[in-house]
Design a protein around this ligand. Sequence first.
Ligand code: NAP
Length: 327
Amino acid sequence: MSHQQKFDSTFKATLTGIRQALFPAQSDRILTQNDRLEGKTCLITGANSGLGFAIAKQLADRGANLILAIRNGIPETAQILQQQTGNQNIEIEFVELADLGSIDAMIQRLKQKNIHIDILISNAGMVSAGSKKAANGLDLMFTVNYLAPVHLVQQLLQHQLIKPGHSTTPRLIFVSSESHRVDLPIRLDTLGQAIDYSAAKVIKYYGYYKLLLNLFIATLDRKISQSGNAAAVFAICPGAVHSNIARQAPTLLKPFLWLTFKLFFQTPQKASRPAVYLACSPEVEGKSLIYLHMMQDKKMAEIAYDEATGEALWTASQQLIEQLRRH
Ligand SMILES: NC(=O)c1ccc[n+]([C@@H]2O[C@H](COP(=O)([O-])OP(=O)(O)OC[C@H]3O[C@@H](n4cnc5c(N)ncnc54)[C@H](OP(=O)(O)O)[C@@H]3O)[C@@H](O)[C@H]2O)c1
């Protein structure tokens, strides 16, 4: 796929996803059975479903201590993973990502437990059926796909729940999407405000929020490297995954989507490879800001690396979070 391909409609995005899942590009990046995670603590959001569950299973198989940050599937997700992998070091923390207060409460609990996170997998995300407001008055997809991961990682860093360990650098891995290559200008004056979009344009706005996430990721990487490389920042797009991401699609469309996903999209296990690779591989130690689309190295959209826009987004996001906290 060319780097310039745009995802301006749900239909086009689905076709592109099918093509990429059927004909994946080759990659030199290889995950081996020796890439293990004993002694490492990984926090993963959205671990009860789809890609997140598959990543959690792989990490549990590789010996990690897991914290599943989820709002559904409590406690059975941990029990299933314990049974399937034999790894008993799996805990659950409740978090509702549409509510920043819920993230703050989880941070306080992690602090009280004296948790030290080596690997963050910010995976949770959603596609709504059309424009929808979160309880905070902002756009729901903006809140869950952008503001929540931003707030979560900033709080984890601020409260020193993520800090360099003895031997390896903490890794912050964000699940983004190739759909971030949208043709929409970045607007900070209306950041997060609910926009009226139809079901046909949902993917365009989903992609726009992933673009904001990528811009934040590159800015976070710059800020961390300026302050002495306390963590490595990575992003991935898993490619098209047969997950529950279309759960809010119109009822009539659901059987068609389910069949398309089942026939043409990757299994969550296959799609989990880039996140698992970035979590475990010694090859990426000392590196940062790698973006893998499936297992292929790519550049994110050019605007994601723009320093001035990234700084402006950072500031606007901080102001928005402070404003939400005051209410
Ligand atoms: N599927 C694809 O083709 C595809 C392609 C590119 C990128 N991605 C990205 O992959 C990631 C995982 O998605 P998936 O495909 O595995 O979809 P999924 O099966 O629907 O899983 C999404 C996960 O996010 C959680 N989540 C959503 N809203 C939440 C909220 N408000 N608070 C807490 N947790 C919330 C869900 O929890 P609940 O079960 O409680 O709702 C679920 O665990 C997302 O970031 C998505 O954007 C997916």
